[in-house]
Design a protein around this ligand. Structure first.
Ligand SMILES: Nc1ncnc2c1ncn2[C@@H]1O[C@H](COP(=O)(O)OP(=O)(O)OP(=O)(O)O)[C@@H](O)[C@H]1O
Length: 255
């Protein structure tokens, strides 16, 4: 079966220093939900940036391959990337505000998304808001009138409308309170259930990852050091994987 995403030996450099990302490789099957975890600075966001064609100089992909549905994307032009982003691969960031246009109502932005997807706007926008548990009146709001968690759910609603093959969620719940985090994760799971999108969920928090993904990739110093089910991390030969499992376990015990 063709993988939704296939990453091989992905290497990112910045000048002549040692690679920031060193021969990273993993696959996502269609509809699969996988976590990407690791300590701050290990290379999670760089990976996400490369997968979405968003790296800018001096950062450079100096080797490897990224295939979406079997098609190489690392050599795409900027114009082709703009088509691929949204249609095939959609990214949600930690700061959702930057992805929404400040001076435009949510309804306008979701309607535009529906047009891009070539679907009827009114019913689709209403259904997407319902699916992410946002009241329909939120459509009349401007982004500044929304909380961080509501903005994240608007972005997830956009993904629902666009139905990408792959959703990359880069720390989407960092900085949110526990209840809001739950709502965002539930919206993410609903989106993946309804669209069949594969999800790469990036976080330093294994507890949040567990709500979405069964399998996790663990990074350390720009390298992938583990690829295992969440339940097996505590037995991993990789110290970084065991430490993450222990930290999650300790936090759970403290609650
Ligand atoms: N634009 C850049 N130029 C140079 N180095 C960069 C750039 N962006 C990131 N880096 C370096 O690449 C490494 C990986 O950064 P990255 O942002 O991917 O970490 P991360 O795992 O996402 O961390 P966090 O969890 O804190 O977001 C770090 O050493 C960082 O300093």
């Amino acid at each position: 079966m063709v993988k939704a995403l296939s990453v091989k030996d992905l290497t990112i450099t910045c000048g002549v220093a040692r690679p920031l990302l060193d021969r990273v490789g993993f696959d996502l099957a269609p509809g699969e939900r996988v976590g990407l975890v690791g300590a701050s600075g290990c290379g999670k966001s760089l990976t996400a940036g490369a997968l979405c064609g968003l790296l800018r100089p001096p950062l450079r992909v100096s080797g490897g391959s990224v295939r979406l549905d079997g098609r190489e994307v690392l050599d795409l032009s900027a114009a082709s990337w703009r088509r691929v982003r949204g249609e095939r691969i959609f990214q949600i960031f930690q700061s959702p505000g930057t992805a929404l246009t400040p001076g435009r109502r949510i309804r306008t932005q979701l309607t535009e998304t529906a047009r891009l997807a070539g679907v009827e706007a009114k019913a689709t926008v209403a259904a997407a808001l319902d699916a992410v548990a946002l009241e329909r009146r939120v459509a009349e709001f401007f982004p500044y009138q929304l909380s961080g968690g509501m903005k994240q759910r608007v972005l997830i609603a956009m993904a629902l409308i666009l139905r990408p093959r792959i959703l990359i969620a880069d720390e989407p719940t960092t900085g949110l309170d526990v209840l809001t985090e739950r709502e965002v994760l539930a919206a993410l799971n609903t989106m993946a259930d309804e669209t069949g999108a594969a999800v790469l969920f990036i976080s330093h928090d294994l507890r949040a990852v567990q709500e979405v993904a069964g399998r996790v990739l663990v990074m350390e110093h720009g390298r992938l050091v583990e690829n295992a089910s969440v339940s097996n991390l505590s037995l991993s030969p990789a110290r970084a994987a065991r430490q993450l499992a222990e930290a999650a376990h300790a936090l759970q015990g403290a609650c």
